[in-house]
Design a protein around this ligand. Sequence first.
Ligand code: PXG
Length: 451
Amino acid sequence: MNDIARAGSLAPELNTHQDLEAFWMPFTANRQFKDRPRMLARAEGMHYYTPEGHQILDGTAGLWCVNAGHCRKPIVDAISQAAATLDYAPSFNMGHPMAFDLASRLVELAGDPFNHVFFCNSGSEAVDSALKIALSYHRLRGEGQRTRFIGRERGYHGVGFGGISVGGIPGNRKMFSAMLPGVDHMPHTWNLKEAAFSRGQPSWGEHLADELERIITLHDASTIAAVIVEPVAGSAGVLVPPKGYLEKLRAITEKHGILLIFDEVITGFGRLGKPFGWQYFGVAPDLYTVAKGVNSGAAPMGAVFARKGIYETFMQGPQAAIEFAHGYTYSAHPISCAAALATLDVYRDEGLLTRAAELAQHWEDALHSLKGVRNVIDIRNIGLMGAVELASRDGAPGMRAYEAHCKAFFDEGLLVRYTGDIIAMSPPLIISTNQIDEIVARLRRVLEKID
Ligand code: PXG
């Protein structure tokens, strides 16, 4: 039986032997899921397997993180060896060799102008860490009045209070009254009328960066600590920056002494065909956050990269003073570090951090072949990220994409993400061109069947 046949007609009832009640699931419609569970039991390479053994083609690298593919042996071995050798070691006032090795490897991968890395355990923590670094940096330089942050509508920066404050996804903010004070937002950059079906970076929209100048004038530059954006907005549905836009943000922030933070939790580690998104765009921020792909999703880890001069600004005062009162019990956890070191080897040995550049044209052509399929109102792509936007049903926004997601999983053995009425995809970087075609063929069959 071939993969597709085996994946066909997955019966959701098969999972009902298990009690699903106690797990309060994150970012999930709990009752809807528990009515129709989509369970994953095992994974290997480009595939997940359900508890019943059905094979699912992973079109999303888990949640944008499994860049090296699933259960890669060198990563598995490194994790088990670390677990058996040094299960845990504190990073406050103590150290372990893997943490220092990993920081050196990461800084080497980044190259100029980045020379230090701060570790944490997730993208949300990386964002909060970066915001705190920015505030302290200004204060240490005698500019403690720089306390404001500027984010962007439709930005996703995790779920800490810092992240939701600078983030711009209304549903992630509305229930939580306490936010960082003094945050403002630029408009997002997507415009269906002007830029639908753009291939790669749209040529419309550079002028939207001028909004930053307007916001800076409103608050006065001297009050602003940092601007934070995702180079490509991922969670909001792959919003690709217009040509010239990021360059303009860089020029404006530099002119006003404001730090520019790129949130590279999704764009980091090869997603765009370079190790980091800033290298792809040729625009270097002052700080950037990573997580997910740092160890191919195999263990929780996040990090903040700092431009030369930032760490050095903190290294003042008495030798015995803690320079930055921030960190986590699991910062640089040995198992996460081991996983990351092994992942970086896999990336290097298999050329995975530049592989998206080789596949990008095929990916783009394959995705855009869905133009004209019913309900498709936009297709966007860059590197190995892609999105297909569907028209929303009257009075039921999000339902069409949710149904497509379920149908893809149950009928076609395909894992895709959905957000609103957007289907988002970001396959592992080991994907073959045949598997790209397979993702698109399966998605086409799904979309043709959905009203
Ligand atoms: N920044 C960005 C740009 C992200 O995409 C985070 C921060 C937060 O990372 P943690 O590790 O705290 O979750 C993210 C996470 C989706 C999806 O389907 C995206 C994320 C997480 C879960 C789902 O789009 N991105």
